[in-house]
Design a protein around this ligand. Structure first.
Ligand SMILES: CC(C)(COP(=O)(O)OP(=O)(O)OC[C@H]1O[C@@H](n2cnc3c(N)ncnc32)[C@H](O)[C@@H]1OP(=O)(O)O)[C@@H](O)C(=O)NCCC(=O)NCCS
Length: 183
């Protein structure tokens, strides 16, 4: 197995079952209690900004991006990121993150955040959210694990408050327009 045997592709609906298996294997049942999981429950992820790694026709790793909001700010929540144990330490996880960030940037997204290990994500452009209290996560998160990557410099400043799935943070004006259209 060499890096040349791995292909990276946008996620498809057909990958859902295998991705669920990969995440169950990587995170176990504890994943359901995590703050990030709770946010992701609020709505769908961005399949067009989520990617898989494939070896010999089989999906062996995945990263997802979910649209989120905090106050008026909009961002992406990166994760879960998981690689099948047999394929760890081949650079697949970092490549998936880099591809997802590039796609997000290309789509005009300004900020990505995640809950994870800073030593792993720092080389990919993530650093601790400071001040930690700027963001209120729906469940407790270790302050040293709440990380952000500014795809546009300064974007973290405009992202403050309770973090929710973007679908749960519709602008009041959009809400009013929808109600009017339904009249
Ligand atoms: C973490 C994970 C995604 C890494 O994927 P991977 O493809 O093996 O990682 P890469 O090959 O891109 O990078 C490997 C390097 O990262 C390091 N690394 C791996 N996990 C790390 C961690 N949690 N913290 C710090 N460094 C880590 C490795 O030691 C290795 O270092 P080296 O390059 O100096 O040898 C994978 O181990 C995994 O799926 N783990 C279980 C799920 C998980 O923890 N996901 C991340 C949530 S934050």
């Amino acid at each position: 197995m060499t890096p040349a045997d791995v292909t990276f592709a946008p996620e498809l609906a057909a990958h859902d079952t295998i991705i669920e298996d990969i995440n169950a294997e990587a995170f176990g049942p504890g994943r359901f209690a995590r703050a990030a999981y709770h946010i992701r429950e609020g709505g769908p992820h961005r399949r067009d900004l989520s990617f898989v790694a494939i070896i010999g026709g089989e999906v062996i790793a995945s990263v997802r991006m979910t649209p989120i909001a905090a106050g008026k700010g909009r961002a992406l929540l990166l994760g879960p990121l998981a690689v099948r144990p047999a394929y760890k330490n081949l650079g697949i996880g970092k490549k998936l993150v880099a591809i997802a960030l590039d796609a997000a940037r290309g789509d005009g997204c300004v900020l990505a955040i995640l809950v994870g290990d800073a030593p792993y994500y720092a080389p990919l452009g993530f650093s601790k959210v400071v001040p930690y209290g700027q963001l209120a996560m729906p469940r407790p998160v270790d302050a040293s694990r709440l990380l952000a990557c500014e795809l546009v410099p300064g974007s973290l400043q405009g992202f403050a408050g309770a973090v929710v799935h973007a679908d749960l943070a519709r602008e009041p004006s959009a809400e009013a327009a929808l109600l009017k259209a339904a009249e």
